[in-house]
Each structure stands twice: as structure tokens, then as C-alpha cells.
Design a protein around this ligand. Sequence first.
Ligand SMILES: C[S@@+](CC[C@H](N)C(=O)[O-])C[C@H]1O[C@@H](n2cnc3c(N)ncnc32)[C@H](O)[C@@H]1O
Length: 326
Amino acid sequence: MILPMSYIDTAHELYKKAALSPQVSLCCVTNKARYLQELVVPGVMEEMNYGCGTTVHFGDLNPQENILYIGVGGGLEALQFAYFTRRLQAVTAVDKVPEMLAKAADNFKLAAELNNWFQPNFIKLIQGDALNLPVEDKSVDVAAQNCLFNIFEEDDLNKALSEMHRVLKPGGRLYISDPIAINPIPEHLRKDERLRAMCLSGALMYQEYVDKIVSAGFGTIEIRARRPYRILDKQCYALAKDILLESIELVAYKNPIPADGACVFIGETVIYFGTEETFDDGKGHLVQRDIPLPVCHKTAGNLRALNRNDLFITEPTYHYNGGGCC
Ligand SMILES: C[S@@+](CC[C@H](N)C(=O)[O-])C[C@H]1O[C@@H](n2cnc3c(N)ncnc32)[C@H](O)[C@@H]1O
């Protein structure tokens, strides 16, 4: 019996072709591959940068950690993670498409010729499915995916996020870069399997995406960046108006979700400029006078609701880089 093709098969076909002949414009990257001292990126890996944004946040990484990367593509980000770990098999990279794994393996051999510090076996390549990871529970410090989860329909996205949560150690971190949509993408585009596979029509809106991550059990989320990614224009895509896609970069921590909801940092900061040395909100936030304190969205809302004329709470920047208090 021949089973009908699913949207997942369409995606696998697309990425099989993208492995066999690299397609420079397949995903429109919003970041150039960054250059680090001693890291020479093979040209083919740059051509195969099928992500949007980045999941490699240099300031966060600890070389002792083990990293799981889902959807390896040409291997650029797995190589960047290995740049930090520099240990045998410290990075595990999973992909469902055998041709993509084979291409990534070739690319790592090329990378080893160009980088004295690198050995291909710093990265363990495994064939596997984001929806059923071949990885033990609570075994990973850092997990990452770039431009894969947006391809999944809702139930599969829930499964993929819960798989990431399952394999992370308590306190472990999930790094995501993915497209999000500023307006809802209509059904006729969401059902278009090819556009979905090309990371153009499966994107959720910001709040929906964050809610899914919280529902998977992540108690703290930091929005590191939101950047313009693509326009779905009304002529080409039969829309009432153009839709802006952004790439979102975030890190989600496998922390317990507080009783009053997850802490989501979106770049809001409180400044106290009153007459005392400090302002205490009675909920664990002690704000030093004239010292900006980044706070999570929940706390920013609570502080705004106090309506004090000696507290200033900035608008979200969606570019948060730590130092805050939930
Ligand atoms: C848009 S590409 C992104 C590649 C890479 N992350 C990057 O940033 O260049 C999606 C990748 O996910 C892989 N993939 C597709 N479906 C998958 C699945 N169900 N499980 C694991 N990998 C999958 C594809 O083969 C491809 O390598």
C-alpha cells in the first residue's frame, strides 16, 4: 500500500534536494555567519545556512556543557557550538534526512581541513526525528533548533517542544531561532506544504509561540532578538494585506513555572527615581535608586499597575541580554 505524502514528507523531500545541491536563497538569513578567531567556516556551510537568526549566543556558553542540535542542515551552527566545546562528541546533531546528515559529515571534514583545533568527531551525527528524539531523558545541558519547528503543524510543534523539555536536564536551556508572523497567516497558506517546508507559512504569532513554549513546561524565557525576516506580499500570496515575518531568537529555561505564570523577559526595565535609596515592591524586587533593573513582563505589568510617579518602566525592546530579576 502506498501511503499519501504528508506535509512532513514534503519537507523531507525539500531538504533532501537542499542537501544534494545547496540553495543559497532557500532560507533568507538575517544574520551573516559570525566570524570568530580561529574559526574558518567552509564556503559550502555558509551557502547552506538554512536558518534565520542564530541559536549560538556566545556569552552564554560553557565549554563543559553538552549540546544537542536538532536539524543540522549544513552544520554551520553545530560547528560554532563545537568551537566552544572542543571535546569529542560534546555536540550531538540530529537530522531526519539522511542526505542532509551525509552532507553535514562532508562539511565537517572540510571544516577540519581548515581549522587545526577541530575534529569531525567533536560532533556526533545521528539520524533521528525531532518528534521522537533518540536521546535520554534529562541528559542535555543545551538544546537548539534553528528554523525547523516553524515547519511543524500544531500537534507536532507541541510534541517537538515537549521532546526538547524531556531531554534537557533541570535548569537546561533551549535555544530557538524561528520565523514568527506579525499577523495571522491565513489557512490557504498554512496548508501549502511547500511554503511551510520553506519556513514561509507555518509561522505562529509571537504570543502563540511563547505560550507553546510555556505549555511545554519552560518557566523562564528570554527574548534575545526579533528581526525583520520576510514579507508575504499580498500580490504573490493572495492576501488582503502584506504580512511581515520576523525571526525570533530566544532562550527557554527548564525551570519550574512559578504559580503566577512564567517569567518572560522582553527587554523591559524599571528605573526608580524616588527619594529613598531603594524601592521594594514587597514581591522580592528591590530596585536601587537610579540603577536600571531589567524585569520580566509579569513584573513590569505589576509595577505599571502601581501607578507611581517615581517608577519608570520602559517599553519592550524584545532584545534582552540578561541581568534581570523575575
Ligand atoms: C530549515 S533547515 C535548518 C537547518 C539548520 N538548522 C540551519 O540553521 O541552517 C531544517 C533542517 O531540519 C531537518 N529536518 C526536517 N524535518 C526534521 C525532523 N522531523 N527531525 C529532525 N530534523 C528535521 C532538515 O533536513 C534540515 O536540515
